[in-house]
Design a protein. Sequence first.
Length: 95
Amino acid sequence: MASNHPKRSIIINFSAEDARLLVYPVEREKTQSIIADALEIPILFEESAAQIGGRYQLDNEFARRFGVAMLNLLALSYPELKQDITASQTPIARE
């Protein structure tokens, strides 16, 4: 089933005033000028994801580590957020 849904990028921000994460899905074309000058931090599937049958598995462990990485990146700009992050990057054994 083909989808006509536009390709989107995700912008994640933190609001210190009311302690919430803000997620903005933005059409990919609108982000091009922003990402052209931004620092790129690749997350390589071959280093982070399990592989089964020749395909990468974006499983719970991948999602957990990805989420922790995003929180830590936000904490670089918002140090007050760091004290609230109790999750670690330490891998949990996959089943």
